[in-house]
Design a binder for this molecule. Structure first.
Ligand code: ADP
Ligand code: ADP
Ligand code: ZN
Length: 214
C-alpha cells in the first residue's frame, strides 16, 4: 500500500503516519525527518536545507525529489510506504508519479488531514520534538510521561525553531500557496480522502483505518 499524507504543518500528518506505519508494517518516510537528520550530522545537504527551513520556506525541489525517489527504491519499500511531507509542490508530485509510472506502479491513497489555520498555531507552539529519535509530543494533547525528556530514548525534548509562532504563520502561507494545490491534483486522480483532523488523534486514526480497510 502506497500512501501520501497531506495537510498543513502541524495538522497531525506525522502522528498519523507513524500509527499507520506501525499497523500496516510499511516504512514511514518523512522528508522533514531526513532533512533534520542531515542537519544534525552536518552534511552538505543539511547545510543547504537548514537555510530554507529556518526561514519557513520549502527546500528547493532539486534538493528534495531525487532524495525521495532514491529512498523509495530501497528494499523495505517493496510492499509500500507512507510519505509524510512529500510531495509538497506540484512538480514534486509530478516527479513522483513519473518515477512510479516507470515501475508500472501508482499511488493508492492521498489522505488529507484537514485542520483549519486557527487551530494550527496552538498545535505548533505545543509540539515538542525529541532531539534523539525524532518522536513528537504535545504539551497538552500528548505529553511525554517523562516530562521534558523522551519516553522512547530519554533525550531532551525541544520546541523546534521553525515551530515558533512567527515562522508558523509563514509556513502556513507557503502551505496555502505551494502545497494546497495538491488537493486538486489528487482529487483529479480520484485517490484523495479527507479526514477531520480536529478530532482526538485516535479518532482521526480510526477514520483513516476505515479508509484503508483495516
Ligand atoms: P511539519 O511536520 O510541520 O509539516 P516537516 O517536518 O514536514 O514539517 O518539514 C519541516 C521543513 O522541512 C519544512 O518547513 C520545509 O522547509 C522542509 N521540507 C520538508 N519536506 C519538504 C519537501 N517535500 N519539499 C520542500 N521542503 C520540505
Ligand atoms: P505534522 O506532521 O502534520 O506537522 P504532527 O503530527 O507533528 O503534525 O502534530 C503536530 C502537533 O500536534 C504535535 O505536537 C502532535 O502531538 C499534536 N497532534 C497531532 N494530532 C493531534 C490531534 N488529533 N489532536 C491534538 N493534537 C494533535
Ligand atoms: Zn527520543
Amino acid at each position: 500500500m502506497k500512501i501520501v499524507m497531506l495537510g498543513a504543518p502541524g495538522a497531525g500528518k506525522g502522528t498519523q503516519a507513524k500509527m499507520i506505519a506501525a499497523k500496516y508494517q510499511i516504512p514511514h518516510i518523512s522528508t522533514g525527518d531526513i532533512f533534520r537528520a542531515n542537519i544534525k550530522n552536518g552534511t552538505e545537504l543539511g547545510k543547504k536545507a537548514k537555510s530554507y527551513m529556518d526561514q519557513g520556506l520549502l527546500v528547493p525541489d532539486e534538493l528534495t525529489v531525487d532524495l525521495v525517489i532514491d529512498r523509495l527504491a530501497q528494499d523495505d519499500c517493496k510492499n509500500g510506504y507512507i510519505l509524510d511531507g512529500f510531495p509538497r509542490t506540484i512538480p514534486q508530485a509530478e516527479a513522483l508519479d513519473a518515477a512510479l509510472e516507470k515501475l508500472g506502479e501508482k499511488m493508492d491513497y492521498a489522505i488529507d488531514v484537514d485542520v483549519p489555520d486557527e487551530n494550527i498555531v496552538s498545535r505548533m507552539s505545543g509540539r515538542r520534538a525529541c532531539t534523539g529519535c525524532g518522536a513528537t509530543y504535545h504539551i497538552v494533547y500528548n505529553p511525554s510521561k517523562k516530562g521534558e525528556y523522551c519516553e522512547v530514548c530519554g533525550e531532551k525534548l525541544i520546541l523546534r525553531d521553525d515551530d515558533k509562532p512567527e515562522t508558523v504563520q509563514k509556513r502556513l502561507n507557503v502551505y496555502h500557496d505551494q502545497t494546497q494545490p495538491l488537493i486538486d491534483y489528487y482529487t483529479k486522480q480520484s485517490i484523495l480522502r479527507t479526514v477531520d483532523g480536529t478530532q482526538d488523534m485516535n479518532d482521526v486514526f480510526a477514520e483513516i483505518a476505515k479508509i484503508l480497510g483495516a
